[in-house]
Design a binder for this molecule. Sequence first.
Ligand SMILES: Nc1ncnc2c1ncn2[C@@H]1O[C@H](COP(=O)(O)OP(=O)(O)OP(=O)(O)O)[C@@H](O)[C@H]1O
Length: 327
Amino acid sequence: MDIITVKNLTKQYETYHRGQDAKSVFKSLFHREKSIITSVEDLSFSVGKGEIIGILGPNGAGKSTTIKMLTGVLYPTSGEINVLGYNPHKQKNQYVKQIGVLFGQKSQLIWDIPPLDSFYMNKEIYDIPTNDFRTRLDRFVNMFEIGDIITKPTRTLSLGERMKCEFIMAMLHSPPVVFLDEPTIGLDVIAKQRIREFIKQMNQEGTTFILTTHDLEDVERLVQRVLIIHQGKKVYDDKFSELRLHLGAKKVVRLSAATTIGDISLPGTLISERISDYEVELEIDTEQCKMGEFLHILSEKVEILDISIKEIQIEKIISSIYEMDVG
Ligand SMILES: Nc1ncnc2c1ncn2[C@@H]1O[C@H](COP(=O)(O)OP(=O)(O)OP(=O)(O)O)[C@@H](O)[C@H]1O
């Protein structure tokens, strides 16, 4: 069952040219030339209940703008958004109670007071019954093991501690849909792991998550479906597991040899990086060149010292999708 539908969503920003040099900056004080930036263009997708969907794309692709429109922070220029039957920007007051929001770069906690006081503030804002509030708070604090820090002023907390508290802020009213914009940005490996476990647990209990991230480990560990946007447009929307198929059956081979490695002219084989005369990284399309055949021919050409065979990196697959779109 779809609980989010987005149809032909477009967002344009109006900006004014100021120019680079002093003369044009001065001129712009009297006459400002307007220009339009299209951040999101004709974007359509839907999200089913219980999904974890990742919105990916390079810097400036329009991910945050999309999340801001979905959460009702920004008005779309055109198009439609329906989340749980609500129109986010038109029914904002009722809508905010249905969703949780976390912007990795922007805090919802109040800097000078302890997180616990901010949690109590949300209890009032969201009308959370006292018993539910206590049960959820106890549970989340135990899950994150942060019982000892929630009474310290927020400004004294580490980034990881603060982010865990931000998650609690976003989840205390038990929203069915949660939007996360860069939820693990700047965190260490352990904190990232904790946060991913938390998201997974909440998802298993029925929460739908829509997240943006540049962290491909978030994607590999959490996300079931990816939506890739580039220059505001959707360029990919499918299961994460299908992403690998996009580049065919490619493998990466790291090879070091006792002798100089010259050109390896085999169909479906390409030297992707030459580290030295004796060490290279190759990309092999195993549909065109079987691994056994490759190894056999290779061993006739060079004296192999070491070899490793890996799956192609997910970064490469994703950037190949942007590149295809760029043409
Ligand atoms: N308030 C604004 N006024 C004008 N242009 C804006 C505004 N906000 C965003 N943009 C532009 O819209 C485009 C998309 O920005 P957005 O922040 O949505 O990208 P993003 O995919 O989230 O990028 P990043 O990964 O860097 O966070 C960019 O070109 C950005 O400069």
